[in-house]
Ligand binder design. Structure first.
Ligand code: UDP
Length: 468
């Protein structure tokens, strides 16, 4: 019998990357892993990534569910998350067939079904087939605590978080959180995306556990509040299993990847500030110009990933790539030429995890996506927090106020951030006053300790599956 784990990531690249890392962790323990893929309906293809992973990991198999076309306007929401929830709901019959066929194979013993939090409608499918169900949560413990508490927050008011504005929310285990900093798709309670998150909040306590890409010493207060069961009244605490930090080991090319690593090789140690804003972060042309001027005036070396601005408002809903940027048209006249001795602009994509672990990188201006945060910690790189979408405003609060691993950028929530603020924060980041670098290095060592044999992220749960 092959001991098998079935993974169900949400569609698109975003969460697939960390699911694949989770799969590798299981294969190292001798499990076979089947990853169920929802074919992209409205976002960038995952095919090249899947081909690379399959070629180098024979114990990981990808099973593609049939394609369902879901036009972006079929869900009345400006948020792509609403489309994700709907697509996963439409796939329930396909998932049921696939999981039934896998689990009825006599040579396979399915030890667990692990779904992304967008896939919470799949919990009943697993229950029906008697397969233990776990969530894989791709953000941190603080966000998990917040979503566990969402049902309570929902019942405590009739107002949307957007209407509550800066009113602080009192969530057990977290610093006071302005309501407006809740995840972007949850700000309006009439939005289908909000309903999807609320449904997840209801489903969470039904799972056998949550596998979390974090580690204990990074978020002790939030983790303790979850294990004390402070977020869901009259229910036992949801078991949380930290397995992080799991960061991308697959080296993806494209966007001048190798060139920028070669460029970093010849820069002085910790001298370069890296600017990169996730897989979806886009800025207006005006904002790009302010960043360019701020970088130039700061006098520091920089590596900057630049994308084309969004073409239309609708594009925020389409998780697809914009065209290659025309740097001459987008950046201030002469910028690339004037800064060529100390700066490199990369179009659209850089191999971020490799960049952040390079010795020449001394600072990171980030959109605060959770994978980016973990990659920065693993590289020992201090951050400037510039949130853009999803749950990044929450991550900013925790990074700046609780973990103290980042400095904030002012004005990210008031239109364009000016060149002066960019210059000021880059200088502050690279001057390393206030012990920021020291704290990040401490977090890096704690992360390594958590992953080492006997460490707090060292797979107690997985061992239990093996021995049962
Ligand atoms: N990433 C990358 N190069 C880029 C932009 C992003 O390699 O130019 C990777 C990054 O290393 C991370 C992931 O894409 O692993 C982004 O995940 P995160 O959770 O930080 O943000 P999201 O894209 O989900 O908003």
């Amino acid at each position: 019998m092959e001991e098998t784990i079935v993974l169900y990531p949400s569609p698109g690249m975003g969460h697939l990357v960390s699911m694949v890392e989770l799969a590798k962790l299981f294969t190292r323990q001798g499990f076979k892993v089947i990853i169920l893929i929802v074919p992209p309906s409205y976002h960038t293809s995952t095919a090249p990534f899947i081909t690379t992973v399959s070629a180098s990991n024979p114990s990981i198999t990808f099973h593609h569910l049939p394609k369902i076309d879901l036009p972006p306007d079929s869900v009345p929401s400006p948020h792509h998350e609403a489309l994700q929830f709907e697509l996963i709901r439409l796939h329930i019959p396909n998932l049921t067939r696939a999981l039934h066929s896998i689990s009825s194979n006599p040579s396979t013993s399915v030890r667990a079904f692990i779904a992304d939090f967008f896939c919470s409608t799949s919990i009943d499918v697993a229950a029906h087939l008697n397969i233990p169900f776990y969530f894989f949560f791709t953000s941190g413990a603080a966000v998990l605590a917040t979503l566990l508490y969402l049902t309570t927050l929902h019942e405590s008011t009739t107002l949307s978080f957007r209407e509550l504005g800066k009113t602080p929310l009192d969530i057990p285990g977290l610093p006071p959180l302005p309501a407006i900093d809740m995840p972007l798709p949850t700000l309006d309670r009439d939005d289908p995306a909000y309903e999807g998150f609320l449904y997840f909040s209801h489903q969470l306590p039904k799972a056998k556990g949550v596998i979390l890409n974090s580690f204990e010493s990074l978020e002790p207060r939030a983790l303790k509040s979850i294990s004390d069961g402070l977020h869901v009244p009259n229910a036992p605490p949801v078991p949380v299993h930290c397995i992080g930090p799991l960061i991308m080991s697959e080296k993806r090319g494209g966007g001048g990847g190798d060139d920028c690593l070669k460029w970093l090789d010849v820069q002085p140690e910790k001298s370069v500030v890296f600017l990169c804003f996730g897989s979806l972060g886009l800025f207006s042309a005006g904002q790009l110009r302010e960043i360019a001027l701020g970088l130039e005036r700061s006098g520091h070396r920089f590596l900057w990933v630049v994308r084309s601005p969004p073409l239309t408002a609708e594009q925020s809903k389409l998780v697809s790539a914009t065209p290659e940027p025309d740097l001459d048209a987008l950046l201030p006249p002469g910028f690339v030429e004037r800064t060529k001795e100390r700066g490199l602009v990369v179009k659209s994509w850089a191999p971020q995890a490799a960049v952040l672990s390079h010795g020449s990188v001394g600072g990171f201006v980030t959109h605060c996506g959770w994978n980016s945060v973990l990659e920065a910690i693993c590289g020992g790189v201090p951050m400037v927090a510039w949130p853009l979408y999803a749950e990044q405003r929450m991550n900013r609060v925790f990074l700046v106020e609780e973990m103290k691993l980042a400095i904030p950028i002012d004005g990210f929530d008031r239109g364009i951030v000016g060149a002066m603020e960019v210059e000021r924060r880059v200088r502050q980041l690279m001057s390393d006053d206030g012990g920021l670098r020291e704290r990040v290095l401490r977090a890096k060592h704690e992360a390594m300790a958590a992953l080492s044999k006997g460490g707090s992220s060292n797979s107690v749960l997985i061992n239990a599956w093996k021995n049962n």
